[in-house]
Design a binder for this molecule. Sequence first.
Ligand code: ZN
Length: 279
Amino acid sequence: MGAVKTAHTNGVAARGRTRSGRSRAWARMGVMSLFRDDGIVLRTQKLGEADRIITLLTRGHGRVRAVARGVRRTKSKFGARLEPFSHVDVQFFARGSELVGRGLPLCTQSETIAPYGGGIVTDYARYTAGTAMLETAERFTDHEGEPAVQQYLLLVGGLRTLARGEHAPHLVLDAFLLRSLAVNGYAPSFGDCAKCGMPGPNRFFSVASGGSVCVDCRVPGSVVPSPQTLVLLGALLTGDWETADACEPRYVREGSGLVSAYLHWHLERGLRSLRYVEK
Ligand SMILES: [Zn+2]
């Protein structure tokens, strides 16, 4: 389902669609628009007594923050649907003709597409991996309202895999991190030299150079990972789960360290939640 702007209406018409005083006040101030999109809830923050600000990564509008009213009341089913990891279909009510840009939109309805949180929050390893995935997705979508469809699809697929327990959580996380780097233009090389293209395997690995480098292109700070580790990382990047699942723990650990170093180099500062991931 794409992002569909379902209605574009003036203040008088919009007034009948909502109950809250704030949205009536907004409606009096001018044009209001309704938007519908599906997204993953990345984060929620308290707002006032009963409300929350919900941060979502949506299919059609990229990262969006919206106000959900009344969701912290204990009997709010609406609120229960808008929890981190949930895949939801949401209706937004925004000032002006754009979803993002003129104050936070209101989130007025939501339907659950898949409650991935249920299969994630009950398991510590899944939860920490999932939290790092949500945080990474947020960090890679800096500009609110800018579509990031590939990042969105990666997140949906990653959370589904994690919730179903199909592979070890830290492998799911590392695959997600590598593919997130790739769709954002930072695909690391785990074979051919990232600088001169010398066919792999190559012995050296340099985060600053873009991954595997040959003996001529190595730079100070290059490391020499196990060949099996580079095979694992290549498998995670391309989705070769048979190879990844069979990998020995010591190479998995070394691989996680390289992925983490590579990610941090590109995101400039560390992801808080990565520290809690059990390796
Ligand atoms: Zn080279």
